[in-house]
Design a protein. Structure first.
Length: 638
């Protein structure tokens, strides 16, 4: 495949390759696309348009149910097949119409949303699957693209009716972000699309809805936790598919919304994913510059959401997906083509079959997935087409609802750097005589500042509902023996019932400490994750130190802690010995630490607020805030 390339610069982030020879990379990409198309040609029910979620890639028949998300990809694949000459236009148009009519007239759903999995033959709901907000969005994206491409009166009318039926505000369940789903058995799922992810597509379609739109302000309710790996800075979301799916249809190149340039963010995320695989080559066989791509995929133990740092949901066991590296071709053209080419040439029929690339492989375990997965097949094919012609971007870019949504959100031309604020600082007063730890707060100096945490400003994860009932103020002080702290938490439903290492599941205060100032490394015994959970039965406090193997840090006076709880919330007051932390305190110096508040209730709240906690440079390395130790008011420093 190694022909010379003539590179044409389209914008600062994407290089589209024009081949000097038909036997160059373009021929290889054509082969990948066409072979992948066969999945949607063979695994579709021609009578209702449903497409199977997965199928064997070598031989055999599939018994898998249909996936609504896969149907959305299929509706986009058919126009590509028409353009490439693999499918007759009349046949593609007829299949598109049958698919849309089935979803409008027969497919089970509620308030315009559809169940994740349907019986391939009958279309009935299977496995008690949820009404899926994101899979419905994928279906709509495919329908809108098909409507623009075919420019057919029937397709446009069916798509309009399908779109207008979706009651987007209902799926927000009286919150500011979307629920991931709903079931008739248990109602709305607790999980929400509250962090920037593939849910970006859902928000654009909902804001642009002609019948049931959501406020454009909901766009800003998605959390955008920044992090870095090596020197790649990005809004962290470890699996690559989360970056790919929205931008299959949305052309976000050279655009920003005042918060981020999401295309460049995905470029950085893909480079970080590849860099992590290179760095892990000594741990996992085969990893390297041309074998990479961690994303949700089939794996030796089943379907898993693999991903690379930065971020919490990093999962890595040596499994890579050709669709993950290939599906990022618009973000990293040279690297993605080299990855696909290397895997194809090196592993041949072990990973290549009737539907193109199999879903994943794990070389260390000598495991090659026997399956092709519809959503991964679709993403790979469509991203390659965008790289080659920009077909989906150009076509859906004409959609009036999409145009209006991007305008309402505030997208404008031009790129922007990802905001990268300095860690915050708090000044801790020196109290020579110390503070009595009794939760009565009698010895704290009047006035002075406090670290204020609210769900709106400090959410790290989870769901706080309307966020009105939870807030916290945290203060620190010091003398030569102790670091003192107090947290006052407003919480109308304090849940405290667990013991030992499981107290993190309750309402509690956490304090993270990085004594050496080189970054907190998760589970490193030189760093600290300390938990303080109030006790309702008395004024005591359950304390745990996770990185130190669960030892009791309250023994021998290393940590003192008391609490007070009532119907309005709780107070935790405490003191931590400097020698326990391995710190020699000096006035004027900064101690790297961060307080965090975990808040739950018996209904639907389960969230975490953090002062400052940014994953930077390495796997599970976190940069914390700064507590400046103020000098005594009288006398020399030190």
């Amino acid at each position: 495949m190694g022909q010379a390339l003539c590179i044409v610069l389209i914008n600062p982030f994407v290089l589209f390759a024009q081949e000097t020879s038909p036997s160059g990379h373009d021929a290889f990409l054509e082969k990948v696309e066409e072979q992948t198309f066969r999945y949607f040609e063979k695994e579709v029910n021609p009578y209702n348009g449903l497409v199977r979620d997965s199928a064997p890639n070598q031989e055999g028949t599939s018994s898998a149910p249909a996936s609504v998300g896969t149907v959305g990809f299929a509706l986009s694949v058919y126009p590509v097949a028409v353009e490439r000459g693999w499918m007759n236009r009349a046949k593609a148009l007829a299949l598109t119409v049958r698919t849309l009519e089935f979803f409008l007239r027969q497919a089970p759903g509620h308030n315009g949303f559809f169940y994740h999995f349907l019986n391939f033959e009958t279309g009935e709901r299977v496995n008690q699957s949820e009404l899926s907000s994101i899979d419905t969005a994928l279906l709509l994206a495919g329908a809108l693209f098909a409507a623009e491409y075919f420019d057919d009166v029937k397709v446009r009318e069916l798509t309009r009716e399908l779109y207008e039926r979706v009651d987007f505000p209902w799926m927000m369940n009286r919150g500011k972000t979307f629920a991931m789903g709903w079931t008739p058995e248990s109602g709305f799922l607790r999980s929400r699309w509250d962090v920037l992810s593939e849910g970006l597509l859902l928000y654009v379609l909902a804001i642009g809805s002609p019948a049931h739109p959501v406020p454009s302000e909901s766009w800003r309710e998605m959390m955008r936790p920044a992090g870095s790996y090596r020197d790649y800075r990005l809004i962290q979301m470890p699996p690559l598919f989360t970056h790919q799916y929205p931008q299959i249809w949305l052309d976000l190149r050279e655009k920003n919304d005042g918060l981020a340039d999401y295309f460049q963010n995905s470029v950085n995320a893909t480079h970080a994913n590849r860099a992590f695989c290179i760095d892990q080559a000594s741990r996992f066989a085969g990893y390297g510059p041309d074998v990479w791509g961690l994303s949700a995929s089939d794996g030796p133990s089943g379907y898993r959401a693999y991903g690379a740092p930065p971020g919490w949901s990093v999962l890595d066991d040596g499994t890579v997906s050709p669709a993950a590296c290939g599906g990022s071709i618009v973000f990293t053209p040279a690297e993605s083509i080299a990855c696909m080419d290397h895997i194809y040439e090196t592993y041949g029929n072990k990973v290549w079959g009737r539907y193109g690339f199999s879903d994943a492989m794990n070389l260390g375990k000598n495991w090659f997935s026997p399956l092709a997965l519809g959503i991964d097949e679709g993403a790979l094919l469509l991203m390659i087409e965008n790289y080659r012609t920009g077909l989906l971007w150009k076509t859906l870019g004409r959609s009036e609802p999409v145009q209006k949504a991007l305008e309402k959100i505030g997208f404008r031309k031009g790129t922007m750097a990802l905001p990268w604020p300095d860690p915050p600082e708090y000044r801790a007063p020196f109290i020579a005589q110390g503070i009595r730890v009794d939760a009565l707060l009698r010895d704290w100096p009047s006035g002075g500042g406090a670290i204020v945490m609210t769900p709106a400003a400090n959410s790290e994860s989870g769901d706080f509902g309307d966020g009105k009932s939870v807030a916290a103020t945290v203060r620190f002080a010091w003398n030569s023996k102790y670091l003192y702290f107090v947290a006052k938490v407003t919480d109308e439903d304090v849940v405290v019932k667990r013991i030992g290492k499981s107290i993190w599941r309750d309402d509690l205060l956490e304090i993270f400490v990085d004594p050496e100032g080189d970054g907190l490394f998760w589970n490193d015994p030189r760093d600290f994750q300390l938990g303080f959970r109030p006790r309702k039965e008395d004024m005591g406090t359950a304390v745990w130190s996770w990185f130190q193997g669960g030892e009791d840090p309250t023994s021998n006076g290393r940590i003192l802690a008391e609490s007070y709880t009532d119907e309005k919330g709780y107070i935790v007051e405490g003191a931590i010995r400097w020698d326990f932390l391995g710190i020699t305190p000096r006035a004027g110096e900064a101690v790297r630490l961060t307080p965090a508040i975990h808040a739950i209730n018996r209904k639907n709240m389960d969230g975490k607020m953090v002062w400052f906690f940014r994953n930077e440079e390495k796997l599970f390395r976190f940069v914390l805030g700064k507590v400046i130790l103020e000098a005594p008011q009288d006398g020399p420093k030190g």
